[in-house]
Ligand binder design. Structure first.
Ligand code: FPP
Length: 251
């Protein structure tokens, strides 16, 4: 009943979204925070703070729309190369989410899963990650993957190493390895690949995001900067996606 009401609410949107044909999984590259801040004469870190708020808002909107899985690129394996002050700000925004996100998500039925190499973080930080995952593991509404210290190539490399160990231990042989074996050893094991990847900020690349999983994803780019991204833009991206003819290599 509530879902029906929400659908009707969103149906009023000008974007003509077909709510019976939603992308199951949406990936989002939250780009443009630094430029958003610069345009306003603010430090780059100010852009990340507003970007973090946009992230929470869009996750809520995606859940209300009826999207099943959202994967956000929050911190890449390459982001460590940014100035220390910026890395520190990003870490404290993430820590704030780990500390207070559950309270802000209360009643929202969101299951949170962190993808990426978490061993780079302090024990305390890793405990908070585990706590958030454990606290939301039985939720069945939206599955939110937060990519942290994530790189698509590193993810594939990690999968290859795990598979090699299993071959060495005799769990299976090389000839048993197929595409599903690789998918099953990625951080997103068991999840459908993203149908749609959204990247604002006017950049036209994937930047090492979901390299294996994005093989047949539809891409949606926009000149908007992430802090300005709204529910309307999400609906616009979904509506555009619904006009695409996905052939998966067929005709
Ligand atoms: C890219 O914009 C954005 C990032 C590297 C960080 C994204 C992180 C957040 C939105 C906040 C933290 C997230 C959570 C989950 C609480 P950019 O800095 O590269 O922008 P620019 O290209 O304009 O410089």
């Amino acid at each position: 009943m509530i879902m029906l009401k929400l659908k009707n609410l969103f149906k009023k949107s000008e974007h003509n979204v077909d709510f019976d044909n939603l992308p199951q999984h949406i990936g989002i590259i939250m780009d443009g925070n630094g430029r958003w801040a610069k345009k306003r004469g603010l430090p780059r870190t100010g852009g990340h703070a507003v970007g973090a708020k946009t992230f929470e808002k869009i996750v809520e909107d995606a859940g209300n729309i009826g999207i099943k899985i959202v994967t956000v690129y929050a911190f890449s394996t390459e982001n460590w190369n940014r100035p220390k002050e910026e890395v520190d700000t990003l870490m404290s925004l993430l820590e704030d989410y780990l500390d207070n996100g559950l309270e802000r998500l209360a009643g929202r039925d969101v299951k949170i899963h962190f993808i990426g190499d978490r061993s780079a973080f302090s024990d305390e930080f890793q405990k908070k990650i585990c706590h958030m995952e454990k606290a939301t593991e039985t939720n069945s509404g939206l599955l939110l993957n937060v990519a942290l210290n994530y790189g698509g190539r590193a993810e594939i490399l990690n999968a290859v190493k795990e598979i090699c160990h299993k071959v060495q231990n005799g769990e299976f042989s090389c000839s048993d390895i197929d595409e599903k074996t690789i998918s099953d050893h990625l951080y997103t094991a068991g999840q459908p690949d993203p149908d749609l990847i959204i990247r604002p900020s006017g950049e036209y690349r994937l930047s090492n995001f979901l390299m294996w999983q994005s093989a047949y994803s539809e891409l949606w780019f926009s000149n908007l900067l992430w802090p300005d991204f709204s529910k309307e833009n999400l609906l616009e991206a979904i509506s555009d996606y619904q006009k695409r003819n996905r052939r998966f290599g067929g005709v």
